[in-house]
Design a binder for this molecule. Structure first.
Ligand code: AMP
Length: 416
């Protein structure tokens, strides 16, 4: 016998008990986001590779080494989506959503694909819930998005901390980069070899260093947050004011970075200590330049994505509704199959949850099975004309015609 085939490394099966917990995450997200006027969008699992190269940024780790890219039979380069923002922006432009009343508020629950080294909380196919607001430059948009993600995490009993920052405009950032480079060059001798090697290409990464001497240098380094243009600083201050007003606790973290190139202005991230090394639950920010980068008109936008698996890892016990079985339809004789089959269908049409015996066990085993399922009633069908209806709790049994079974259950229910 050849060995059994297994799921690819870094992927997982969502088994029924996991699916029930996911349903809670999905229904909470749907309730919270729908109430705020966000509408669901789903985009294809794969896109033209160029969308991510242009959208996420050629220099990011995601585009450089984590994408599942393939050539289709027509010779086109396609990529399994590694994130959701660029596809949603592509859809906004492709469907002329700028003609709708602005801003357009969208949410999604989709799976994404990244060729990362698998570990707890990090997979090669994972699910994200995301929310995007396209067409508003106002700081209340940023604050509303943050509050909605906070609400989702709270609804799942997740204790998370919030870090926020602002990146300003690309021009401010470019200017700041030069200043930081000069500062790092002036302190070159105090830096770790790694930080020294990155001065030219990515000076901001020195803020991530774990080397004590480098950290000491970076504590005194100029911060981008202190270099924001007045209107950008005012935008950030207004976001903070609204968060304060909403009673949300947060930490301003000037060195916050995220792995996508498109962010401008506000940046935020929720994390949880319960997660270990992969502590990020979800985050996002403003991406005012992205739509233009994708070939659209200048359009301000802001959004977030939160990992479903991380939320499930960090979440407490979720209230999972047990599978209800109002009626179990047992089959007492070979010539009773059609009548039993019909009874199960009719019961479902009448609004009952009804399961039909599918294994043709002995009657004793059918009853034991119904009991294990927690069925309220069992109908033992002997034919069109003859059924016994047994109430599992009280043990009471009535002899009826099969047509009388459903009315009897509905009557008993109405009286209960
Ligand atoms: P990002 O799109 O990188 O900003 O990620 C947003 C959120 O998605 C993260 O905070 C995680 O919760 C989740 N996430 C990102 N990458 C993975 C992955 N490889 N496996 C599981 N969850 C992930």
């Amino acid at each position: 016998m050849s060995p059994a085939i297994q799921a690819p490394r870094g992927t997982f099966d969502v088994l029924p008990e996991d699916a029930a917990r996911r349903d809670v995450v999905e229904s909470n997200a749907r309730r919270i986001l729908t109430a705020a006027g966000y509408r669901r969008i789903e985009t294809p699992a794969f896109e033209a590779t160029e969308l991510f190269a242009r959208g996420v940024g050629e220099a990011t780790d995601i585009v450089q080494k984590e994408m599942y890219t393939f050539t289709d039979p027509g010779g086109r380069s396609l990529t399994l989506r590694p994130e959701g923002t660029a596809p949603v922006c592509r859809a906004y432009l492709e469907h002329g959503m700028h003609k709708l009343p602005q801003p357009v508020k969208l949410w999604y629950l989709s799976s994404f694909f990244r060729a990362e080294a698998p570990q707890r909380g990090r997979y090669r196919q994972f699910w994200q819930i995301g929310a995007e607001v396209i067409g508003s430059a106002r700081p209340e948009t940023d604050a509303e998005l943050i509050v909605l993600l906070h609400e989702l995490l709270e609804s799942l009993s997740i204790r998370a901390t919030l870090a926020i920052s602002s990146l300003g405009t690309p021009a401010t950032r470019a200017h700041y980069r030069e200043e930081l480079k000069d500062y790092l060059l002036a302190h070159r001798d105090e830096l770790s070899e790694e930080a020294r090697g990155r001065i030219e290409l990515n000076p901001m990464r020195a803020f991530d260093s774990v080397d004590p001497a480098t950290r000491a240098v970076m504590e005194r380094a100029p911060k981008l947050l202190d270099r924001l243009a007045p209107e950008d600083a005012e935008h950030f201050a207004e976001v903070r004011r609204l968060l304060d007003h909403a009673g949300l606790a947060y930490r301003v973290q000037p060195t916050l970075v995220r792995g996508l190139d498109y962010y401008t202005h506000t940046l935020f991230e929720f994390s949880s200590d319960a997660l270990g090394a992969q502590s990020g639950l979800g985050g996002g920010g403003r991406y005012d330049g992205l739509l233009e980068q994708l070939g659209g008109p200048p359009t301000p936008a802001c959004g977030w994505a939160a990992g479903v698996e991380r939320m499930l890892l960090a979440g407490g016990e979720l209230p999972i509704a047990p599978l209800l079985v109002d009626l179990y339809v047992a089959i007492a004789a070979d010539d009773a199959v059609a009548a039993a089959f019909q009874l199960a269908r009719d019961a479902r049409r009448a609004g009952l949850s009804a399961q039909l015996e599918l294994s043709r066990r002995t009657l004793r085993r059918q009853l034991a099975h119904a009991d294990r399922l927690g069925a309220r009633y069992v109908a033992i069908v002997a034919g069109e004309e003859r059924s016994s209806l047994k109430e599992m709790d009280g043990g009471e049994q009535q002899e009826l015609t099969t047509a009388e079974v459903i009315p009897a259950i509905l009557r008993a229910r109405a009286l209960a």
